[in-house]
Design a protein around this ligand. Sequence first.
Ligand code: FES
Ligand SMILES: [Fe+2]
Length: 358
Amino acid sequence: MPNRIERNSALPLDLLVDEAVFDLEVRHIWHDDWVFAAPVDAVSEPGDHVVVQIGRQSVIVVRGADLAIHALANACSHRGTPLVTESGNTRRFTCPYHAWTYGDDGALLSVPYSSTDEVPRERHGLMSYRTAQWHGLVFVSLNDDVEPLEERLALIDPYVRPLALDRLHHDVAGHATEVWNANWKPIYSAAIDSYSNFQAHAETIEPVSPTDAAYYLAGSARSTVTGGESMQRADHVVIAIPPSFVAVAWPDTMLWRAVSPVDVERTSVRIGMASQTPPGDAVAVNLPGWDAAFIDEDRTLVELIQRNARTPFVPGPLLDIEAALGDFHDYLAWRLTGADPENPVIAAAPGDRPEPSS
Ligand code: FES
Ligand SMILES: [Fe+2]
């Protein structure tokens, strides 16, 4: 067990390359917790489906004919062949190998050249997993006993609810996915790190949202909300839901990042946007100054950190301004070492800003 995860210090760098730690993370985080799958808009019509990787499990998230959202194992019940590799729309999933065919709820419907005695249909449907929605976002858990998502996010919900994010239209066609050469933890950390604005993002974020105008609102091991001033816009809220999801949100726009580990040193990073403009209209996102180049700046930094992960390193202290990162460390300690996830910090009531600290 990694017992060197502390709220007030940086992560030991060997945790970015250690295969045994990665296996623990798969078991106790990715296969055990809620993981962001997609915006609801990506599965709005019956048959709409997306393929998402949750830990080592490929999952089909599909809107059924019953209008419910199902999460199904993307592995044929015959010999395990993935049924689909891409998002799309279909009412039936037919295996490319021997054409066993499943409904959009995972039920096995037909098996060529077999009787129902030979393959009892009801025993060989696809495994299905829990799904839940929160403000237009779909989460999946491979763990049947996971705590309800609304409990998990109860602390931050009052800060996010006023934004009415489920009114926004997600630019589903505009989602971008990149594989970064870094462990998932520094990628998640970079996404919640407003301390870096003045330096790492001096030309991109800092002019529109300065480091010294960022503030912590509320958080715990379970989730965090921070805020910040945005030039010529309402203040934004940063929504951090470990292990997979971070968004910057205004009442009319949201930019989100989702991380999913490929292996211990590579991570898939999905980037998406939502706005008040229905997709297809000319201007989908109106964010003057919020140049998406800031995401490339994060990529460069985390890939550099990863290169140092095999060198001796004594973790440095985290500052007060890095409290959101402290919450993420509490999350890791909760999942990996069984530490208590409680002790939420509430710096300001919903709708308020904390007092300036100077
Ligand atoms: S592996 Fe899918 S039908 Fe045989
Ligand atoms: Fe950053």
